[in-house]
Design a protein around this ligand. Structure first.
Ligand code: DGY
Length: 325
């Protein structure tokens, strides 16, 4: 029996590609060429390869037009991401194409990056690093780059899913009190002592640090706008490792410029890899290039999880394990 054809849209970690090549007629993208930003090119390559399945990634253009144009033979699209905002799930359903994602395996790594950004923003680590690298450091002084401690402060987690709850565990180790906002209140065993807020005003007004872990999409678009920023206590810190679309960049830049927001740490951007120009002019913002899940261990685990789903559907004819459409 010939192996099913699997089209990989991006270059993936070696162990993941090795497993894909072992079990499939795998069509790799060794140069990581950016063709998966183009719906017509995705459909063309899927047709040319005779793909049974596609292993895609965050940022790929899997909108309605792509799903409509995919050849009949494609039965599953497995994304190498937990986020699904790059995929039109309704369009996939309409075509009867199974879509899967990679939950759980990246929660700890993404929480680590949120914690990194919280600490960097609070302790002005980006500014300090830039100063030393610019050979501009003239020595220790009693008042140089004084930040604020996180110890004893209140962390507000917007989106108390798996990643948000991992961050809560880490932040408790710093002596932070945990508050959260979520679509629904969680059971006590998942809250683990965190304080739930049923409305934005009471949530945002009680925080020293806001960490955002919201999914992308129209429902959360520009959630952190000028009105909600105004509800934060003066001097609050803002961190976003969810999706850049949930922040109104112009409003956040203005809040950083006025000092109403003391500092911010961002890993994701609206329209990334484009970054709002205003951030480059602010010393009090730490900017990372979407590193949330970027550890060797996590990226392998994400690839294996995507392959587990592909295997279920294409090799065994079973139900997908992490089906989102
Ligand atoms: C995801 O998985 O959605 C991330 O944003 C990419 O690591």
């Amino acid at each position: 029996m010939p192996k099913p054809v699997l089209l990989l849209t991006r270059k993936l970690p070696p162990a993941v590609e090795a497993r894909a090549a072992r079990d499939y007629d795998a069509r790799l993208n060794p140069d990581d060429a950016a063709w998966s930003r183009d719906p017509a090119e995705i459909a063309r390559r899927a047709a040319e390869a005779g793909a049974d399945g596609i292993l895609c990634a965050a940022g790929d253009a899997f909108g309605a037009a792509t799903f409509a144009a995919l050849p009949e033979k494609v039965r599953i699209v497995a994304t190498f991401s937990v986020g699904t905002d790059h995929l039109d799930l309704a369009a996939a359903k309409a075509r009867g194409i199974v879509v899967t994602n990679t939950p759980d395996v990246l929660s700890f790594a993404t929480a680590e990056i949120a914690l990194t950004l919280m600490l960097m923003a609070a302790r002005r680590a980006g500014e300090g690093e830039r100063m030393v690298r610019a050979r501009a450091w003239t020595g220790w002084t009693p008042t140089q780059l004084m930040g604020v401690t996180l110890e004893g402060k209140t962390l507000g987690i917007a989106g108390f899913g798996r990643i948000g709850r991992e961050l809560a565990k880490m932040a408790r180790g710093l002596g932070m009190a945990i508050h959260y906002r979520n679509r629904t209140r969680l059971p006590p065993e998942l809250e683990a002592g965190a304080t739930y807020h049923a409305d934005d005003a009471s949530f945002l007004g009680s925080l020293d640090v806001l960490s955002m872990h919201m999914p992308g999409g129209p429902e959360t678009r520009h959630w952190l706008n000028a009105e909600r920023l105004a509800l934060l206590r003066p001097g609050a810190i803002v961190v976003n490792t969810g999706r850049g679309t949930s922040v109104d960049d112009t409003a956040l830049v203005a809040a950083l410029r006025s000092g109403h927001v003391r500092a911010a740490g961002l890993d994701v951007y609206d329209g990334e890899p484009r970054v709002h120009e205003g951030y480059f002019l602010q010393e009090n913002v730490v900017l990372l290039p979407h590193l949330g899940s970027a550890t060797v261990e996590t990226r392998d685990a994400m690839g294996f999880r995507a392959l587990d789903n592909l295997d279920a559907v294409l090799l065994r004819g079973d139900a997908a394990l992490h089906r989102v459409a």
